[in-house]
Design a protein around this ligand. Sequence first.
Ligand code: SAH
Length: 485
Amino acid sequence: MRENMEFHKNDIVTVTIEDMSSDGEGIGKVDGLTLFVKDAVAGDRVEARIVKNKKNYAYGRLEKVVEPSPFRIEPECAYHRQCGGCQLQALSYERQLVFKQEKIRNSLIRIGGFSPEYVDRCMEPIVGMENPFRYRNKAQYPIGTDRDGNVIAGFYAGRTHSIIANTDCRLGAEENKAVLDCVLEYMRRNHVSAYDETTGTGLMRHVLIRKGFASGEIMVCLVINFRKGKGQDFLPRQAELISGLIKIKGMTSVSVSINTRRTNVIMGEEIHTIWGRDTIADTIHMRDMKQEGCPYTGEELTFQISPLSFYQVNPEQTEKLYSLALEYAGLTGQETVWDLYCGIGTISLFLAGKARKVRGVEVVPRAVEDARGNAQRNGIRNAEFSVGRAEEVLARRCAEGEEGKADVIVVDPPRKGCDGACLEAMLKVQPKRIVYVSCDPATLARDLKVLRDGGYELRRVRGVDQFGMTTHVESVALMSRMEDK
Ligand code: SAH
């Protein structure tokens, strides 16, 4: 065995992949050096080219799978390595779920400081997807030009802004391809230019496609770099494009979004409907999470979605995630419940059916407007929404006495987790139960630790896979006051 082995850039090494990082890279050891290899899966023996060399670890590029892992499968998408959006496509879906279950468990142990035995007692098996492909109801395809000057739609190659042509991302709806083919065909026939980021010229920037999975309704929004003059159409030969798009089954709304700024922000604020309705509808059903297959309970909510509104991208798994949050909340109809980081109020409105009063707090004013509209459309009168930072609104209401009372607090923060001041305010309010919905196990574990140190005990935790093929995982945790049990 060689000792003090040094590696150099471009060296080829053979390594057995023993583990996977939380970002989905394969991890192996060669002569004491830890090697991270993207696209390699646990159990593979691979040849890797050293691309970056640090003192105690290095990054390798997968060159060849010498002996495939028993968990390795043939990826569905030919572009999965270039794209980087699906970090786990080469891993069987069953193993993806094991990976995610472990990711949550490890965070609770390493970051949260809970003992392995304790975690194993509280943790329930992850809720997987029936079909881990075609689950996204929203797609945003950039439009560009290839080397030969042909217009293309596709995706940005991992961490760059060069577009690789591909109109059929396997995570999206099947109709996306027909929409994009129609737009590209129209552009070719009419010499409509694609936007060029480097010069800020060209017309068509992005195509946004949304589908209501329950309603079957489809929305197309074309993001364009042009502000029309009076009496002009937004697009050259607009009627021709529309007549092509409306042949696609389910087409309900066609709009343009004006974005003339030189920015990475995809959507422009100004939207004009050029055919059909301004919004599409979708319905979310409550599910019985205690029963096999999670059947519908009969309760449902309908949402109107516009090109700019926030909406969960995987509605099927969102139903399961929020149904679980509702189950953990353990409501009897008498409670005052706070839903912090409430977005468009999806969770709040489900809670409202089982509580006396729900108060939602959200920092984005447009989302709060949507939440109020959704409450009204669904006939819900006991949900009230405030615009503001969760930590500030909760602390202020607390100081006002009765107004701040909370029997249950539900939080669903962004990846960075709850603000320290928010956790502090929650501990001051002393709700019976805290239900934490999280999209990042690391910040979840960090925050649960603070709540535990503040007198709450972790009772249940469960992962829900919302994003098959990727390393992301959502989870729900229930904490209650130690003395309450
Ligand atoms: N449950 C929501 C989604 C929550 S996503 C739904 O179904 O619609 C997290 C939300 O937290 C986002 O809407 C984001 O705008 C909001 N947010 C971020 N920081 C916040 C803060 N400090 N206070 C309140 N809301 C915040």
